[in-house]
Design a protein around this ligand. Structure first.
Ligand code: FES
Length: 384
C-alpha cells in the first residue's frame, strides 16, 4: 500500500474559503474505493469538498476530535489544516487521516465509501420544550416539540443515531443525540408533529447545562439545527449487530434499536446485542423492550447498594465484550459494530476487535468530546 501522508502537527487553522473557492492549477482528484470522485479545493478539508460535490462521508464533530471521519489514504499526499487529536501516532504512521482535518495536496485514493443517499439534509427549525423530567439523578430528559407539518412529507425526518444542535435562549448552541427513533415519533403523535427526546447530563458549571437543569421551562421557544452526523444503522441483513455504549452514549443507540425493530424480515440482522456500561445502577436509565435484543447492563464498579439484586456484569464494558469473545468466540467477520462513548473507549475497542477479525469498515462510532472547543457532545456527556 503506497502511503505518502505528510505528517504535520500543531498547524495553525487554515480557514476554508467561504466565498469563492480557489482551485489548484491542476486540481487534484479525490477518489473513493467505490470509484466515486470529486475535486480538491485549496485550503478546504476533504470532508468539505466531498459535501460540496454532493457526497456524504462519515463525520460528526468536524474539528478533529471525535475520530468519526478517520480514513486510510491508499495513495497520494495530504496536508493538515488542524490538529488530528483523535488519531494515535501508530494510526498516523499507517496512513490514517481525518477527512475533516486535511486537504489534498495531490490526487488521492481513499479507503472509504460515501454513505450513499441515506443522509438527510439538515435544516434550522423552531421548537418548544414539551416536557422536562430527570431520567437519572444527573441526567435531564428533555422532549422538544417541533412545529406541526402541513403534510407528512414535510415532517422533520432523521435516522436513529443522528444528533441536533440546540440553540438555547442565551444563544449558545450544544449538540445532543436524539434518543427516540422516527418510528417512535409517529407513535407519539399522528398529526405530523415530531417530538425529539434528549437525555442531557449535568455538567458542573456548564452554561447550557445550568439552563437545562435550573432555568428551562415548558414551552420555552428554542431553535435547532439538524439532523446531523452519519452515525446510523447501515444495511445489516444476515449480519450480527453489536451495540456498545457508556453513559449517555446510549442515546443514539436507543434510537437505532428503534430503527432496527422497524426493519422488514428480509432486512433484519442475524442477531442484535447491546452492552451498556454505567458507574452505578442509577446511570442505566433505560431498558430495551425488544425481546430479540440480547442486553447486558454493565457497571464499572458495584457499590454495596448496587450489589443487592444486580443481574448484570461488572467491569469496564469493553473488557466484558472481549471476555465474552474469549469464552465463546464470535463471528466478527460478519458483524457490524456500533460504539458510542469516550474517544479512548472507542479507540481501544476498535483496535481489539479489528485484531480478532472485525472488518474495520464495519466499525461505526461517535465519541464524546469536551465542551471547551468541540461542537459535538458538549453538555451531553462526560459520563464514560
Ligand atoms: S468529524 Fe473529523 S474528527 Fe470528528
Amino acid at each position: 500500500m503506497a502511503t505518502h501522508v505528510r505528517q504535520e502537527s500543531k498547524l495553525a487553522l487554515v480557514k476554508p474559503p467561504h466565498n469563492v473557492p480557489v482551485p489548484f492549477v491542476n486540481t487534484p482528484t479525490i477518489r473513493l474505493i467505490n470509484q466515486k470522485s470529486f475535486q480538491a479545493v485549496t485550503g478546504a478539508s476533504i470532508l468539505e469538498v466531498s459535501e460540496a460535490a454532493g457526497l456524504t462521508l462519515e463525520h460528526s464533530c468536524r474539528n478533529g476530535r471525535c475520530g468519526t471521519c478517520r480514513v486510510q489514504v491508499l495513495k497520494g499526499r495530504t496536508v493538515a489544516l488542524i490538529s488530528e487529536e483523535s488519531l494515535t501516532p501508530q494510526e498516523k504512521s499507517e496512513g490514517w487521516i481525518l477527512s475533516c482535518a486535511r486537504s489534498a495536496e495531490s490526487d488521492l485514493h481513499l479507503a472509504i465509501e460515501d454513505v450513499g443517499t441515506a443522509g438527510i439534509p439538515g435544516k434550522t427549525l423552531p421548537c418548544r420544550i414539551d416536557s422536562l423530567e430527570l431520567s437519572a439523578s444527573d441526567v435531564m430528559k428533555v422532549v422538544l416539540r417541533l412545529p406541526v407539518a402541513n403534510h407528512p412529507s414535510s415532517r422533520f425526518r432523521y435516522l436513529g443515531g443522528q444528533y441536533v444542535n440546540v440553540i438555547a435562549k442565551n444563544g449558545q448552541g450544544r449538540t445532543y443525540f436524539i434518543a427516540n427513533s422516527q418510528a417512535g415519533c409517529s407513535e407519539v403523535n399522528e398529526v405530523n408533529e415530531v417530538k425529539l427526546e434528549l437525555h442531557i447530563r449535568r455538567v458542573t458549571g456548564g452554561v447550557v447545562s445550568t439552563y437545562w437543569f435550573e432555568a428551562a421551562r415548558i414551552n420555552d421557544l428554542l431553535r435547532l439545527v439538524g439532523p446531523l452526523g452519519t452515525f446510523f444503522l447501515r444495511e445489516c441483513s444476515g449480519r450480527d449487530v453489536v451495540f456498545l455504549a457508556t453513559g449517555t452514549g446510549i442515546n443514539p443507540i436507543k434510537a437505532m434499536t428503534g430503527d432496527s425493530d422497524e426493519l422488514l424480515p428480509a432486512q433484519r440482522p442475524r442477531s442484535v446485542t447491546l452492552l451498556w456500561g454505567g458507574q452505578c445502577a442509577g446511570d442505566l436509565y433505560w431498558a430495551p423492550e425488544s425481546v430479540e435484543l440480547i442486553y447486558t447492563p454493565v457497571l464499572s464498579r458495584l457499590s454495596i447498594h448496587d450489589k443487592a439484586g444486580w443481574r448484570g456484569a461488572e467491569g469496564p464494558v469493553q473488557d466484558m465484550l472481549l471476555q465474552e469473545h474469549n469464552e465463546h468466540p464470535h463471528d466478527w467477520a460478519h458483524t457490524q459494530f456500533y460504539a458510542c462513548g469516550s474517544t479512548n473507549m472507542i479507540t481501544s475497542t476498535r483496535n481489539h476487535l479489528t485484531a480478532v477479525g472485525l472488518p474495520v469498515m464495519h466499525f461505526y462510532s461517535d465519541a464524546f468530546v469536551s465542551s471547551a472547543t468541540a461542537t459535538l457532545a458538549t453538555d451531553f456527556g462526560s459520563s464514560p
